[in-house]
Ligand binder design. Structure first.
Ligand SMILES: [Zn+2]
Length: 168
């Protein structure tokens, strides 16, 4: 079975910084990446590079930052009032909020995002909401582990189900 629209794909990969060769992340055979192909859930160019591949095929390709997580932007840097991090007693949790920490937050639309704490002042916290991989050219290599048609339920939900997919 070939990778294409409405297929569920399972694969392992190693992601490195294309310029420096530094390893960013790596999946294992026990914990592969599982996704529904063709619904825009992942980087389009990543999908294009896998089109037509079958189980056992290996892949190796690079994606420029502009086509991956974009270019870091000043607009993604925000000054937030420290009060939103304070508890009822006006204290902050110093184990979670410190310079260099990634803090899970949500925006006004309820989207989850992570912010990197750049600086903590008396009244304000300077945070960077750029994607941690913005500005980085990505290099992927890996192996296709499984390809199967998506179930009707998966197509309805727009994501893959199973041990490594959505469980609900
Ligand atoms: Zn579902």
């Amino acid at each position: 079975m070939k990778i294409g629209s409405n297929m569920v794909v399972s694969l392992t990969y190693k992601l490195t910084n294309h310029k420096t060769g530094e390893k960013i992340e790596e999946t294992t055979t026990e914990n592969p990446m599982l996704f529904l192909y063709g619904v825009g859930a992942i980087i389009p160019e990543f999908e294009e590079n896998l089109d037509g591949k079958v189980v056992g095929d290996v892949f190796k390709f690079a994606i420029d930052s502009e086509n991956a997580y974009g270019t870091p932007s000043e607009e993604q840097i925000a000054m937030l009032p420290i009060s939103i991090f304070q508890n009822e007693e006006g204290k902050i949790n110093e184990e979670e909020l410190f310079e260099g920490a990634f803090v899970p937050m949500s925006d006004n639309d309820g989207n989850h995002l992570r912010g990197l704490v750049l600086e903590i002042k008396d009244e304000l916290v300077k945070m960077d909401f750029n994607h941690p991989l913005a500005g980085i050219d990505l290099h992927f290599e890996g192996t296709i582990v499984e390809v199967r048609p998506a179930t009707e339920e998966e197509l309805e939900h727009g994501h893959a189900h199973g041990v490594h997919g959505h469980q609900h």
